[in-house]
Structure formats: C-alpha cells, structure tokens
Ligand binder design. Sequence first.
Ligand code: PXP
Length: 268
Amino acid sequence: MKLRPIESFMFKLGVNIDHIATIREARYCGRGFGEPSPVEAARICEAAGAHGITAHLREDRRHIQDRDILELREKIGTRLNLEMANAPEIIANALKLRPAIVCIVPENRMEVTTEGGLDVVSAEKSLTETRRKMNDAGIEVSLFIAPDEKQIEAAARTGSQFIELHTGQFAEEFQAVSSRCDDWTAQRAIPAESKELHRLISGAKQAHALGLKVNAGHGLNYENLPALFRVPHLVELNIGHSIVSRAVFVGLEKAVHEMLALMKDYRG
Ligand code: PXP
C-alpha cells in the first residue's frame, strides 16, 4: 500500500462546540446571556491547535443561538463550519453570516442529536440550489451523508465541495464490540467485524474518485478513532461530544490536545 507522506497533507480537527451551549442553555435558556461561552471555548480550542470550529444552528435553537454564530463569525481566527438544515430561514441566516463552509444536515425535532444522513437522492434539486446560493456567496458546501453509493453519487451531482461521512453507525458497532472486550481489543477486532467500517472505506474511495473532499464525524471518541484510520482520503474530522465530555475532567485545552495527538497516526 502506498502511504501518503505525512507532511504532504494536514489532517484537520474541527471541534463541535454545540455542547458548550447545551450547558449554558440548561441554566440560562431564553435569557440571552450566561456561561459557559461558546466563543471562549472556541478560542481555547483554536489555541490548542484545532483547525476549525463547528456549530449547529438548529431550527429549534436548542443549544447554539443566532448571537453565538454572529460572535463566532467575528471572533474566531480559524474556519467556521456552520451545520444547518436545508431550510429557508437558516439558509437566509447563513447567507448573511457567511461562514467559511456550511455542512447541510437533516433535522428532526424529536431527535437527541443528528440521527441519520441526508437523503440527497430525494432532495437533489433543492440541495443543488442551496449549494449554488452558498458558493455564489463564497461559502463552501458539505453534505452530511451515510456511506451509501447512491447518496455519494447524488452529492457529487449537486456540485458540493465536500461530503461529511456519518460515522454514527461505525461508533455504535465499535461500542457493541468494546462492550464484549476492552477498547484496545475492540480497536483491533472492529476492522474485521464492522460492516460499516468497510462501507466508510468504499464510500471515501468513491467520493474521492468523484472529486469530492471527504470529512467525517458523529460519535467519534478517543477509543474508536484509531479504528477509523483505515478509511482513506479523510480531510477533516468534526468531533464534539467526546471532547466536551473529556474537558469536564481535564480541561478543554488538554482534551483537544489529546485528540490531535491521536490524529497524528492517520496516514491518509
Ligand atoms: N458532524 C455532524 C454533521 C453532526 O451533526 C455532529 C453532531 O452535532 C457532529 C459532527 C459531532 O458529533 P459528536 O458530537 O458525536 O462528536
């Protein structure tokens, strides 16, 4: 297998700071102020080496608020990746705020977190229109999808620059294996056991061949990440819950450092 030389690409970490806002909203919901500050968190992540900040402005505004996005847009020094539904109100907001990139995700009011990937096949026309509006405003577009051949083909037809492969199912499978053994054994067992890992590998290859850049995210943590490294062509990971959870015990700076240290082992 030919390895990409490590200096020829940078494997990037985007830290999803939604759950900093979740903690604030648990106490100050609807008040327009309160701690902890997502912007302060973003700055700590950037100082620790994160390459970008990801935030999801949900239609139900359950964590990140409009004012957070405005402030993040003004104050962060890296790239803001705005996760959003393909919905008119949020599209209008994004066009006003102009983040570096938007990641379009499906949204379901009752879900605890983003559950599945986008159905690009069914919504190809409207996603292509949104992609065009964003690109015309200088905003790159990523589509959050499952590693499904038809969805990847449709994503390429929309003209999007990126896809983000949904790693939620992979994380579930890893969890199931590690509940039977320890995390270290699971890291070695999962490549053979996980159908989803193999779907991610072929999805990444297919997307790369179609000219799409490939990100990945959802459910990634310090235990399952090394097992994901068999997936080629990854440009950026978007990770939130595990980093914010770890930060409770070791601080955000150290939590980001630890994730970046793990990512050094990725060979592309
Ligand atoms: N990427 C996307 C598109 C997401 O919707 C989420 C969850 O908001 C993440 C990444 C981060 O997932 P997690 O919080 O499980 O790391």
